[in-house]
Ligand binder design. Structure first.
Ligand code: UT7
Length: 335
């Protein structure tokens, strides 16, 4: 088996539902205000799915854009990895649905991973291992979430934060020997998993015992998540940059998970970055979980906030608790 094949980030894309829910709209659901939400989170509005639209549709749209930018035919894809924390169903996997929607008839592998808002980073690390070892060549990663269907819309501490959306990335072997992943790392700490959870409904066999079931909805202890992330994330990123033999100023952009503007600010402050180096769209989309980093990346390029031929640090964190970061090269033409 060939080893250490460098990889290229060949294409990225994103997709958002059209329906906008503003902070003012939320005041119809519970006692809150635009001022409270914006000052605590940086969020003004979020997008939500409607009708039958779901994470598969959003993911398919984002995937098509990333594949087009990568300049490959869907039938050249060897593996699909989908990352989601709020999938429309547990199985079939989102990745299998997307294989079908893309019209890929070959029996390629397709599977989902559950790493919540770190999903893109986890997908990239898995994809990198497969490309580097020569097992698969063209890998599609789709990070997509329809949080709005699984939120408790009476829980004002959690439902203010989330929105729906999808992002996608195509990884291929690099044709010029340059590896676009300069450094990557993923982590988890299962002992604090209760900070964010989505228990499946279910009950024991009635022949065994009667029992109640929890509601199928997202639970979050926002305060504990906030404290944990602000404590570990800035130092984690600084260490990664150092271990890569780089300095913060060597990297052009910070593309962080869009969970809370105050968390983004904490990382920005630690890196000493000016505002133009930090990509933030949380104001318009809220926290789109797994999709948030790839949306920030693809939309940042599309809107000219990110110039290509540059380097960026991507970072995510979320349920698990999981977290991860990558220092990447962003080539011309990826979006
Ligand atoms: O990708 C997943 C990662 N998740 C995160 O990164 C979440 C990180 N955490 C956060 O962003 C924040 O914890 C939130 C924005 C979710 C909440 O902010 P907080 O400052 O931690 O609020 P809290 O839950 O501690 O609540 C403070 C007060 C409470 O009132 P009392 O008990 O002090 O009287 C809440 O009842 O604010 C109240 N409150 C609200 N008031 C108006 C909670 N939610 C709201 C609301 N509007 N929407």
């Amino acid at each position: 088996m060939t080893n250490n094949i460098p990889l290229k980030i060949a294409g990225v894309g994103y997709s958002l539902p059209k329906t906008v829910v503003t902070n003012d709209d939320l005041t119809k659901l519970y006692d809150t205000s635009d001022e409270w939400i914006y000052s605590r989170t940086g969020i003004k509005e979020r997008r939500v799915v409607s009708g039958e639209e779901n994470a598969v549709d959003l993911g398919f749209d984002a995937a098509q854009k990333a594949i087009e930018k990568a300049g490959i035919n869907p039938n050249e894809i060897d593996l699909i990895i989908a990352a989601s924390s709020a999938p429309p169903e547990l199985y079939p996997a989102i990745a299998c649905h997307i294989q079908s929607k893309l019209g890929i008839e070959a029996h390629i592998p397709a599977f989902d991973i559950t790493a919540a808002c770190s999903g893109l980073l986890y997908g990239m690390q898995i994809g990198r291992a497969f490309i580097s070892s020569g097992i698969y060549k063209n890998i599609l990663i789709v990070a997509t979430d329809n949080n709005s269907r699984l939120l408790d819309w009476s829980d004002r501490g959690t439902s203010i934060l989330f929105g729906d959306g999808a992002g996608a990335m195509v990884l291929t072997p690099s044709d010029d020997g340059i590896d676009d992943i300069i450094a990557i790392d993923i982590k988890s700490n299962g002992s604090i998993g209760e900070y964010i959870s989505l228990p499946l409904p279910g009950q024991n066999c009635p022949l065994v015992e009667p029992c109640s079931t929890k509601k199928f909805q997202i639970y979050m202890n926002g305060k504990e998540v906030y404290k944990f992330v602000v404590k570990i994330l800035p130092g984690y990123i600084v260490d990664m940059i150092e271990q890569a033999g780089m300095k913060a100023e060597d990297i052009d952009y910070l593309i962080p998970h869009q969970a809370n503007q105050r968390i983004i600010d904490a990382v920005q402050d630690r890196l000493g970055y000016s505002d133009d180096k930090v990509i933030s769209n949380i104001k318009y989309y809220g926290n789109t979980s797994a999709a948030s980093v790839p949306i920030a990346l693809a939309e940042g390029v599309e809107k000219g906030k990110i110039k290509l031929g540059s380097t960026a640090i991507l970072c995510g964190f979320g349920a698990g608790m999981t977290w991860g970061a990558a220092i990447v090269r962003l080539r011309e033409g990826i979006c």
